[in-house]
Design a protein around this ligand. Structure first.
Ligand code: ADP
Length: 200
């Protein structure tokens, strides 16, 4: 299995690039943000609980998102690999993901971290808020809250994978195609490395 994490702050372009990576490499895209928004649209009890939390820019409890990811991995057991987007967002989520994959005799191959400065991120999110219908993108206080949560809870996840030698930083400023091309180069290099290991 070839499993990737696309990592980066809110607004760094994870969703946009995930679509393109999924198409080019045939990976199964798992976005906890999208899964949660679907729960909200379906008005499930989980969605009702998550809505309030997301609107305030806080994180949904670990056990909720870990459960969602666990059942998605089970449901797509025959996938050739997963592309995780917006997950893991805490150290507890990262440890749980590592365990879930170990049980499947798999692992995260690479963490691609999109690097974008905060001023650019706020601009992008406010702009997205004009059209996305996402209430968490229209209020600057909520956006700032999401950044502070990102710094406190999510940045340590990058350290966790850096310690495993799996973190790769990618410049997240430029055109969508330029950024995609940097990501593609990294993914292809990693895939070739995996193949040469498994051929031995
Ligand atoms: P963004 O990266 O632009 O903030 P997402 O769609 O990834 O957007 O997430 C939107 C919101 O959904 C987050 O602010 C958070 O409340 C919730 N959420 C998404 N993924 C997770 C996760 N892995 N753990 C906890 N909460 C999450």
């Amino acid at each position: 299995m070839f499993n990737l994490i696309l990592f980066g702050p809110p607004g760094s372009g994870k969703g946009t690039q995930s679509e393109k990576i999924m198409e080019k490499f045939g990976l199964m895209h798992l976005s906890t943000g999208n899964l949660l928004r679907q729960e909200i649209a379906d008005k499930t009890p989980l969605g009702m609980e998550a809505k309030n939390i997301m609107e305030r820019g806080h994180l949904v409890p670990d056990e909720v998102v870990i459960g969602m990811i666990d059942s998605c991995i089970e449901k797509h057991a025959d996938a050739k690999g997963f592309l995780f987007d917006g997950f893991p967002r805490t150290i507890a989520q990262a440890l749980a993901l590592d365990n879930l994959l170990t049980v499947k005799k798999a692992a995260i191959c690479k963490v691609l971290a999109l690097d974008v400065d905060e001023d650019e991120l706020v601009k992008r999110l406010m702009k997205r808020g004009e059209t996305s219908g996402r209430s968490d993108d229209t209020n600057e206080d909520v956006i700032r809250k999401r950044f502070s949560v990102y710094k406190a809870e999510t940045e340590p996840v990058a350290e966790h994978y850096n310690d495993q030698g799996k973190l790769e930083k990618i410049k997240g400023i430029g055109s969508v195609d330029e950024i995609f091309s940097s990501l593609t180069t990294c993914i292809e290099t990693e895939m070739a490395a995996q193949q040469s290991v498994s051929a031995k």
